[in-house]
Design a protein around this ligand. Structure first.
Ligand SMILES: *Cc1c(COP(=O)(O)O)cnc(C)c1O
Length: 379
């Protein structure tokens, strides 16, 4: 395998991310397999640079890191999950650090921050995603500024361009969870962020069949520290997961394009549905942060959050009546999934009848028929 060293990242031509997704991370020597095969190996014959997989990895890691690093515009480290990558970043913080976190964010990250605070490892400030003045103030105070945009599940778009460009406290790290946007819609490092995170479990994998994460950075010291954290914590991705993730990445552009088109159509229709009281989608002009979304995002994504008329039981009944849309958590896959988010532990503060819909690549009219029937209860 003669994969390029990921420390010397090769930036994807922004004009042709589709071609990059298909062609990056391949071994081009004559006789090589076109696709990096899964290497089920824990250890290797000594003498070459690989000895043991927990630290030295497999060629599949390098392929995935090359693909994502090129898209994000930095150098990538792959992890066993998105949370493993995020935990590695939090793990860099010295005791007594200050962390700034959105009030609306992935519940795993909120849980991680809370657990560290309860052990006096750091203090956490929660801010509204749209509170740009508050974030700018935090840039001068916090050691880790953690942003998520669009946020989960309210889909608020932060003024990332302004916040990432602001001067930061010396040594501070600004990280963006870029999972919802994917590097095709948004490139936080180009805006000035230090870290961009993908839960590969979602859009890059795209088929609800793996857990994975990739952290992309610009700074060589942070890159080395994250690689070391991966090795020491054992948060290494498995060979099969990596193989599936690379395979998923090849079709990311196509899947995203289709699902995003579906999402726009469904959001417009849901917004006018008599049994829906509020539809949140960054592509709707009614969305409170639509302007920031238009400024920063190449596409508005595939996630819609809407409130069903009535109470939690009414929303649960809608989920139970759906047939094509799968009643399941997670997002970013080929199949549409829906979940009442306030039913998730730690998410009780959300509107009780809010459903988060991750739109897949099915036929849009089939999806609409399913949703409309379930909402009207006239099966
Ligand atoms: C799923 C998700 C994560 C965590 O990723 P895992 O791969 O499940 O560990 C983090 N952030 C966002 C926005 C997510 O959707």
């Amino acid at each position: 395998m003669t994969s390029r060293q990921t420390t010397e990242h090769t930036e994807a031509d922004p004009e042709s991310v589709e071609s990059w997704l298909v062609s990056a991370g391949r071994d081009r020597r004559p006789g090589s397999p076109l696709n990096v095969p899964p290497w089920p190996a824990s250890n290797f014959v000594l003498g070459d640079r690989r000895a043991y997989s927990r630290g030295d990895g497999t060629p599949g890691w390098e392929a995935l890191e090359e693909i994502v690093g090129g898209l994000e515009g930095g150098s990538s480290v792959s992890f066993a999950s998105g949370m493993a990558g995020i935990a590695a970043i939090f793990g860099q913080l010295p005791i007594g650090s200050v962390v700034a976190l959105p009030d609306d964010c992935y519940q795993g990250v909120a849980g991680l921050a809370k657990a560290g605070q309860s052990r006096s490892r750091w203090t956490v400030h929660r801010l509204a995603v749209g509170d740009t003045a508050g974030w700018l103030e935090m840039c001068g105070v916090a050691d880790l500024i953690w942003l998520e945009s669009p946020s989960n599940p309210l889909l608020t778009v932060a003024d990332l361009d302004v916040i990432c460009a602001a001067p930061r406290k010396r040594g501070a790290v600004l990280g963006v969870d870029n999972t919802f946007a994917t590097p095709l819609n948004q490139r936080p490092l180009a805006l000035g962020a230090d870290v961009s995170v993908q839960s590969v479990t979602k859009f890059i994998g795209g088929h609800s069949d793996l857990l994975g994460g990739v952290v992309t950075v610009r700074d060589a010291r942070l890159l080395e520290a994250l690689r070391q954290a991966r090795e020491l914590s054992g948060a290494t991705p498995g060979a099969l997961e990596i193989f599936l993730a690379v395979r998923g990445a090849r079709t990311l552009a196509l899947r995203l394009e289709r699902a995003q088109r579906n999402a726009m159509t469904l959001a417009e229709r849901l917004a006018h549905h008599p049994n829906v009281t509020l539809t949140r989608y960054p592509g709707l002009t009614s969305h409170p942060t639509h302007d920031a979304a238009r400024r920063q995002l190449k596409g508005f994504g595939t996630i819609i959050s809407f409130d069903v008329r009535g109470d939690a039981a009414a929303a649960d009944a809608v989920c139970a009546r759906l047939q094509l849309v799968q009643h399941a958590t997670s997002l970013g896959a080929v199949e549409s999934t829906i979940e009442r988010r306030a039913s998730v532990p730690g998410q009780e503060h959300l509107p009780p009848a809010l459903l988060r819909l991750s739109v897949g690549i099915e036929g849009v009219e089939d999806l609409w028929t399913d949703l409309d029937r379930a909402l009207r209860n006239d099966l």
